[in-house]
Design a protein around this ligand. Structure first.
Ligand code: GDP
Ligand code: CA
Length: 318
């Protein structure tokens, strides 16, 4: 059985650790958001690719969510002392990932090729691919204090400014010109199930769908009978962690298990909601026409993640 998972960062990483217990890892392709990517210190930063790699290889910091366990931040402290940009947390071990990736890119390798080398080196059997080798930055139209506002890179809005600005719009720049990374179309066409990880719909999943052709591949697969099932990242009306509640309403979606499903009109066949949101199931069924399954979807450990993955796969199988 071949499975494709559309992935953001932390929510996706946790979920994938469960999925690899149910499906042979080499039959899983994770298509990962790169809308958050940026260059800082001359380094190519791919936060969601790194989260997925670190979680799958067991190197992730489970409590902090992002970055590596046992991390230290000596280099970043020194960057701060030297008055360099220190707002983006890059740990000492994490810096090595960024050095190798940036080196490979500077040699003319694509982001997909660099990612393949990194995942091979970490012993990851899941095929981890960026959504595109072309840049598709997520840009947020934010109004800071007074004034007309401006488009800023997602990471500036989210990390540097702590999501404090009012958001007017979100744009996935260059999506129409970008090509899906090699293998993305084939993986979607050959999938027996397509899963949408519990990731931020606006910051993580919609950027993937903005890459030209990816939405069409999904629609074609769905029409051909492939189950397309997502897991809600919103539990009890709030993100489990993070600031999704700041960004989701800005694009006209409600912050709920219903609203997250409504972010993907015409793409899904099913939606997994947390048992705390069981009362929303009828609305999701009736208004969105989806099959709904409920489970305890808080993934505190890999056993939890495995259960959520099984529920999603069963729902996808119909
Ligand atoms: P980021 O790119 O690292 O911010 O991560 P994602 O976009 O993948 O994920 C952020 C979302 O993951 C948040 O909305 C969280 O609510 C959701 N999330 C994190 N952990 C869990 C979990 O254990 N269960 C569920 N259902 N959602 C989770
Ligand atoms: Ca992210």
């Amino acid at each position: 059985m071949n499975v494709v998972a559309l992935s953001g960062g932390v929510g996706a990483g946790k979920f994938l650790r469960g999925l690899v217990r149910v499906v042979e890892p080499r039959h899983i392709t994770a298509i990962v958001n790169t809308g958050d990517d940026m260059t800082l210190h001359g380094l190519h930063i791919s936060p969601d690719l790194d989260s997925v790699m670190y979680w799958l290889s067991g190197l992730a910091d489970r409590d902090r969510g992002w970055g590596r366990a046992g991390e230290s931040f000596r280099a970043l402290d020194e960057v701060r002392r030297l008055e360099g940009p220190s707002w983006f947390g890059l740990g000492d071990l994490d810096l090595a990932t960024h050095l190798v990736r940036t080196h490979l890119l500077s040699e003319g390798k694509t982001l997909s090729e660099a990612t393949a080398q990194l995942t091979d080196a970490l012993g990851i059997s899941v095929r981890v691919v960026p959504m595109s080798d072309d840049p598709v930055p997520t840009m947020v139209h934010a109004v800071a204090d007074e004034g007309e506002g401006m488009y800023m890179h997602f990471q500036v809005y989210w990390v540097q400014r702590g999501a404090r600005d009012q958001v007017k719009a979100v744009r996935y720049e260059g999506g129409e010109e970008a090509a899906p990374a090699p293998g993305v179309g084939e993986a979607l066409a050959g999938a027996d199930a397509i899963l949408i990880c519990p990731s931020n719909p606006v910051a993580s999943i919609r950027p993937i769908l903005a890459v030209s052709g990816i939405r069409d591949h999904l629609e074609t697969a769905r029409r051909g009978g492939t189950g397309v099932v997502g897991v809600s990242p919103i539990i009890g009306g709030a993100p489990l962690r993070g600031m999704a509640d700041r960004l989701v309403p800005a694009v006209g979606l409600e912050v709920s298990a219903f609203g997250a499903a409504a972010a993907y009109p015409g793409l899904l066949t099913g939606w997994v909601v947390d048992e705390r949101d069981g009362d929303m199931a009828p609305r999701i069924r009736d208004e969105l026409g989806l099959r709904v399954a409920t489970t305890d979807s808080v993934m505190a450990d890999d056993d939890d993640a495995e259960r959520v993955a099984r529920v999603a796969l069963e729902l996808a199988a119909g």
